[in-house]
Design a binder for this molecule. Structure first.
Ligand SMILES: [Zn+2]
Ligand SMILES: [Zn+2]
Length: 368
């Protein structure tokens, strides 16, 4: 009869792959023969746990098991050793760091992606702009071409770990006898050392440099827009490719305009008389003044929409410019002007009881 692998790992059939892994790690740590030296059943239990994880830890095998109750192929050598300390159990006990260090070995390592914040004005965002930036970055060493070796030199097997890249220590702990595996310090886990490192980069394969780059900012970028410059990031080592450069656009706030997507917003003052009579005014646009006719009887806060006077859109087309009209009431009427307004009120049949501004000013002073 087929074994119930879910029961062995103590999980339900709906467990996620992460839950499967977590259960396996916990049990493997508990029943590892190195930990339970004096328990004769630990070995059997450990094999069972490994077997269950071999099946359930792999989505393909797991779905096969779920449907047919068994898995076609099982490893011929049994389950005691399929996850040796050099493979998954290494992770179980020491996390991923050790593996990553070993994987660094002599393999190619790609350069990292870089980020550069570029500040531009709203006008530059509207027209597009070309900027030269100075970028500090690691470049693949031109002397050794990123190998880290002096020309003609070759890496030698590390004498400390004999090429394994890691060292194993037997330890007696409260949990019992324990084997600890640590990354070799001498070679940093590579398993090889360079007797003759490249004098230019001291064996690292890279050099710090500053690079001048021209960045073409297309019209219509917004604050936070990311431009990707492929292969302009850090250089790789041992044949690894270059990273990318991401230029993040920072558009400075504008004194006149605010922006929402490709639309612009601004405010223009109108006098009381302009609002009442209508007028031809000029509204500041991003690329110069725009003549606009104000209809008579314009209300305070009325909004004009000037089509295609906003920002260009990255996908083509243009946004609009919205102009809010702010009606300003005069505060500096001369006596004749005041008389004229009173006459106007009379003509319109409005009964106003005008107040003296100087009186209000005095009262305000008193209140304060
Ligand atoms: Zn070099
Ligand atoms: Zn070593």
């Amino acid at each position: 009869m087929a074994k119930d692998y879910y029961a062995i790992l103590g999980i339900g059939q709906g467990a996620t792959q992460n839950e499967v892994k977590a259960a396996y790690r916990r049990l493997a740590r508990e029943f590892h023969p190195d930990v339970r030296k004096d328990d004769p059943q630990a070995d059997e239990r450990f094999k069972e746990i490994n077997e269950a994880y071999y099946v359930l830890g792999d989505p393909d095998r797991r779905s096969q098991y779920d449907r047919f109750g068994q898995v076609g192929e099982m490893p011929a050598q049994g389950f005691g050793d399929i996850f040796s300390p050099f493979d998954d159990l290494f992770e179980v006990f020491f996390g991923r760091r050790g593996r990553a260090a070993r994987a660094r070995g002599a393999e190619a390592v790609g350069g990292a992606d870089l980020r550069f914040d570029l500040a531009i004005s709203l006008e530059e965002a509207a027209t597009g702009v070309e900027r030269t930036i100075t970028l500090p970055r690691l470049e693949t060493c031109p002397v050794c071409f990123g190998t880290g070796r002096e020309r003609g030199g070759s890496p030698e097997t590390c004498p400390t770990c004999r090429g394994a890249g890691e060292l194993r220590y037997a330890q007696q702990t409260v949990f019992g006898h324990f084997t600890q595996v640590v990354t070799c310090r001498e070679c940093g886990g590579r398993g090889t050392i360079l007797r003759h490192p490249c004098p230019e980069c001291e064996g690292t394969g890279r050099r710090e440099t500053t690079r001048e780059l021209t960045v073409k900012v297309p019209p219509g970028v917004d604050d936070g827009t990311r431009l990707r410059l492929p292969a302009e990031g850090e250089g790789g080592v041992r044949g690894g490719g270059r990273g990318d450069l991401y230029v993040v656009i920072r558009v400075a706030p504008h004194p006149t305009f605010t922006r929402e997507g490709s639309d612009l917003f601004t405010e223009v003052p109108l006098t009381m008389l302009q609002a009442a009579l209508g007028d031809e005014i000029s509204v500041p646009g991003l690329d110069g003044a725009i003549p606009v006719a104000i209809p008579p009887g314009t209300q305070p806060g009325a909004r004009l929409r000037l089509r295609d006077r906003g920002m260009p859109d990255l996908r083509g087309g243009k946004g609009d410019l919205y102009v809010r009209l702010r009606v300003v009431i005069p505060t500096d009427l001369t006596p004749p002007q005041r008389q004229t307004l009173l006459a106007l009120a009379d003509l319109r049949g409005e009964k106003v009881r005008p107040q003296r501004r100087s009186l209000w000013k005095k009262m305000k002073d008193l209140l304060q």
